[in-house]
Design a protein around this ligand. Structure first.
Ligand code: HEM
Length: 456
């Protein structure tokens, strides 16, 4: 024993889950507000639940069954066709949506783009964004006496997107792009969930609204791609994708395929990374001892910063904090599939057409899988503690062949930003706890209100 006082137990905000069965109308009402409210309390204690709302559905929390759905029989459990139909106007037949051969060649072409050496080459953009974010936090503190950390993190990851995917802010109308992305996300979020749940088509959906608005971002991306044709090659995500080819067929992306995939990266990667960071900052604000430990590590590695890719091997604990934040608040808290063929999961029959809900939020707080599941404790991700855990009990990035292609990118970006901020600022709560509310992603409703004190 080193005489350090025991760290108090920290239980951050959680979703008020359903304790009684819900009617169809209640399900619709709750799903609109916060889809996690339809996850029954039993989902945190049972390996699998089955029911009928409109179609037959199963909620799967059993790691072996998740492995079967996401890896062993991935072809038999495609993404929900209705969700895909609605996302298609925004991100086309991109990697995110495509299935079968069209998915495979795009994935083969794009995979090397996210290789570690390319991420290292992209990392100076992340370092610069981290540095600017630390400065903006100071400005907001000076102007308002507090910071809204979710908006701050959206601004930080937006900087990265602009630089790596949209040719840099200098050539862009930054507020217009930022607005277009916001609207894009808002409408993508609204359309998908009712459809995942196979709620009847008479329930009004804002899909037409989505089609109209989503036109904003596509021409912009088209213009960026067209302008690139006459420019010298640079090493950013757009150029890496521009020259990417399927090693098997030699096929390259058409300008439309390139556009749809770049937009898919923005939809899938921008807000999710900001959310991981915003929740991590809240958790650290309510747990000063953990924050101090993460700061000591960051300061030892980077001094007053900013953090660079070369520092990453020395930022293990900062990484653990992010992993634990994504366990408690997985940005993609709810995945869905549809069964194409008959199967058995947890000994129960699965029929073609059944809806498979994969509530990652419940998996990550499951009583049979995690000790004291609702408590914040980054020690769970210490290398020794994580060893021996079922690979499919922790799925912030999914798993199997369709695992998030941007995982390495997101983790690098988040670590560089978090380490840089911790080296400069001490965060304390500056408002009420945020409420976890899921539309398409798990957002902090009410914002993440903090105060930032300079580190001297
Ligand atoms: C913390 C940040 C992120 C989280 C939590 C996250 C989460 C996920 C999850 C759970 C999936 C699997 C979805 C499913 O199986 O239904 C996924 C897929 C995907 N993600 Fe991410 N993501 C993040 C960042 C990014 C970034 C930065 C990019 C791009 C630069 C990205 C691009 C994609 C793409 C293209 C797919 C589809 C891959 C395929 O189906 O082959 N994501 N992501």
């Amino acid at each position: 024993m080193d005489g350090t006082p025991a760290r108090p137990r920290i239980e951050p905000p959680k979703v008020a889950v359903a304790t009684a069965p819900l009617s169809v109308l209640e399900t619709v009402r709750k799903a609109r507000r916060n889809v996690l409210e339809i996850v029954p309390e039993l989902a945190f204690r049972q390996p699998m639940l089955t029911g009928v709302t409109v179609a037959r559905w199963h909620m799967v929390m059993d790691p072996d069954s998740l492995e079967r759905i996401l890896k062993d029989r991935v072809e038999d459990y495609p993404k929900s066709p209705v969700t895909k139909r609605l996302l298609r106007p925004a991100i086309g037949e991109s990697l995110f949506i495509a299935e079968g051969a069209h998915w495979r060649w795009q994935r083969r072409a794009a995979a090397p783009v996210f290789a570690h050496r390319h991420l290292v080459a992209l990392s100076p953009f992340m370092t610069a964004a981290a540095e600017r974010s630390a400065a903006r936090i100071g400005e907001e503190m000076a102007a308002k006496g507090g910071v809204e950390a979710y908006a701050q993190m959206i601004a930080a990851t937006f900087d990265v997107i602009c630089d790596v995917a949209l040719s840099g802010k200098d050539t862009l109308d930054r507020p217009a792009v930022s607005r277009a992305i916001d609207e894009y996300m808002e409408t993508v979020g609204k359309v998908s969930l009712l459809d995942v749940l196979a709620v009847p088509t008479w329930v009004p959906r804002p899909a037409t609204l989505f089609r109209r608005r989503s036109s904003d971002l596509r021409p912009l991306m088209d213009r960026v791609i067209a302008a690139r044709r006459n420019e010298p090659a640079r090493e950013d995500l757009l150029d890496l994708m521009r020259f990417a080819e399927d090693p098997e067929s030699g096929r390259k992306m058409t300008p439309e395929e390139l556009r749809d995939n770049m937009l898919a990266f923005i939809v899938a990667g921008h807000e999710t990374t900001a959310l991981a960071l915003a929740w991590a900052l809240w958790l650290l604000a309510i747990d000063p001892a953990t924050q101090e430990r993460a700061r000591e590590e960051a300061r030892a590695a980077i001094g007053s910063g900013p953090a660079e890719a070369a520092h990453l091997p020395s930022l293990g604990y900062v990484g653990q904090v992010l992993e634990e934040a994504m366990r408690l608040y997985p940005p993609a808290a709810f995945l869905a599939r549809i069964a194409k063929a008959e199967d058995r999961l947890c000994g129960r029959p699965i029929m073609g057409g059944d809806i498979l809900m994969l509530p990652i939020y419940a998996l990550h707080r499951h009583r049979m899988l995690w000790e004291d599941a609702d408590a914040f404790d980054p020690e769970r991700f210490a290398p020794a503690a994580a060893r021996g855990r079922h690979r499919y009990q922790y799925l912030p990035f999914g798993a199997g062949p369709r695992i998030c292609i941007g995982m390495g990118f997101a983790l690098m970006e988040a670590k560089l930003i978090l380490a840089t901020l911790l080296a400069r600022w001490r965060f304390v709560p500056g408002g009420p706890p945020p409420e976890p509310a899921m539309t398409l992603t798990l957002r902090p409703s009410g914002g993440v209100r903090l105060r930032a004190e300079p580190i001297i």
